[in-house]
Design a protein around this ligand. Sequence first.
Ligand code: ATP
Length: 487
Amino acid sequence: MANENTLQNIISHCKEYGFIFQSSEIYDGLSAVYDYGQYGAELKKNIREYWWKSMTQMHENIVGIDAAIFMHPTVWKASGHVDNFSDPMIDNKDSKKRYRVDHLIEGFAETLTDAEKAKGILDQMDALLAADNFAGLKSLIESNNIKCSISQTCSWTDVRQFNLMFKTEFGAVSGEDSEDNIVYLRPETAQGIFVNFLNVQKTGRMKIPFGIAQVGKAFRNEIVARQFIFRMREFEQMEMQFFIKPGTQKEWYEYWKETRMKWHLSLGISPDKYRFHDHIKLAHYADAACDIEFDFPIGFKEVEGIHSRTDFDLKNHQQFSGKKLQYFDNDIDPTTNKPIGNYIPYVIETSIGLDRTVMMILSQAYQEEDLSTEEKKDSRVVLKFPTFLAPIKLAILPLLKKDGLPEIARDLMNDCKLHFKCFYEEKDTIGKRYRRMDALGTPFCVTIDHQTKEDQTVTIRYRDTMVQERILLSEVKSRVLQAIQGF
Ligand code: ATP
C-alpha cells in the first residue's frame, strides 16, 4: 500500500477538490495568501468549532469573545510589538532579495556535507541572535561566503530589524503623514483579550483562575512566505489566555501543556507524530515557553505555542492606559487571615494556528492507496479525516436517476440534513462516485437501489475500509449521528 504523503501532492489535491485555492488566482495569486474553497471552509469551520467547544464548553471557567481586528495604536506599543515584533533581515544588493538572517544561514548549513561544521555555524548563529549581535551575524554570513540564491553574489547590506506588522491609515485623514492615524492589522489575537480582561471579569463575575478564548484573523508581513498554508500573511489563530494568581504559573503552565497535548491526541493522531520543543531564547513577555510540534510532510514544525506570559501584558496596558487592570481576590490568605486583595494576574497562553491545524489534519488524512489486484491496476486517494471533522458526513447516492430511487434518496436527505452535512449525487457510475467521496474524505456513503424499494435496506459503504453492508434505511441517520456523538 503506497502512502506518499508529500506536500506537493496535498497542495494539488486541495486545489483539485475545492479545499484551498491561491488567493486572486486569476491574477496569478498573491504571495502567501490563500482562500478556502467549499470543502476547505467546512473542514476549517469544524476544527474551529471543535477547539471552541473544547475550550468554552468543556471548561466552565473559560469564556469566549470576539474582539475587533483594529485596535488603538497604543495597544501595540504597550504589548511591545512596535519595538520588538521584528526579525533580523539582510538584503542582497544585486538581486534586491530580502532574507531572514536565520533562514539564510540555516539554508546554507543544510547544504554542507560536514555535519560538525554545519552545527558549529548554527551554534554561532544562535549565540549571535540571542545577543542581538547584527554585525556578528553579517560577518558570519560573509566569512562563510553565503551567497544569494538569485544573484549568486555575496554582496550584502547590513543586518536590520524588519517589523512584521501591517500598517494602515484610519479614518478620513488618510494620506496625511501623521503618526496619529496609523493603525495596525493585529499580528495576534491575544491583545484583544488583554484589553477586555476587566470587562469580561466584571460582567461575567469571573473568579481567578479563569480563561478568555478567541478565534480570529491575524496578519504578519512574513518575509519567508512559503510552504502553503503553514506560513501565511493573513491567517487565523485560536488563542486562550488563562488568568492566574502570581506564583502559580509553573503548575498552570504544566497543566496547559498536558491539556493541549491531550486535545491533539483526541484528533486521532498518534503520539509519535508530536513532540514538545522548549524555548531557550524566550520572547520579551515570557518566563517559560514551548511549542507543540507536529511531524508535517516538511518535518517537525510548530503548530501551537504555550507561553507563560507573566503579568507583562496587563501590567503594560495598565501603565500605558492609566487604567487599573487588577483583580480583587477575596480568598483568605492563611498567613494573614485576611482577603488576599488586589493583584495583576499572571497569564498562561495557549495559541494555535487554525490554518496550520488544517494543514496538520490534511497531512495526517491524505493517503494514496494502491488497490491493484492481479487482474487490474487500481488506486485511490483518500482523506481519512476523523468523522467529526469531515466536511461531508454522508453521501446519498441513488443508483439510477429513475424508478423512484431519487425520491427515496431525497427523503433521506431531508431527514438527515438538519443534523449533519450531507451530499446528494446521482451522476456517474457508483464506483466513480465512491472514489470522489473518498477524495473529499466523506466517511459514509449510502446507495439506494431497487432492493431498497422491496425491503427498505440500503448499502452503506465505509470510507476507510471500503467495506459495504446492507442496513435498514431507517438506521442510516442514527449510524452517522452515533459516529459524531460527543463532538
Ligand atoms: P513561527 O515561529 O512559525 O513564525 P511563532 O512562534 O511566531 O511561529 P506564535 O506567535 O506563537 O507563532 O503564534 C501562535 C501560532 O500561530 C503558531 O503556533 C502558528 O500555529 C500560528 N502562526 C503564526 N504565524 C503564522 C503564519 N504566518 N501563518 C500561519 N500560522 C501562523
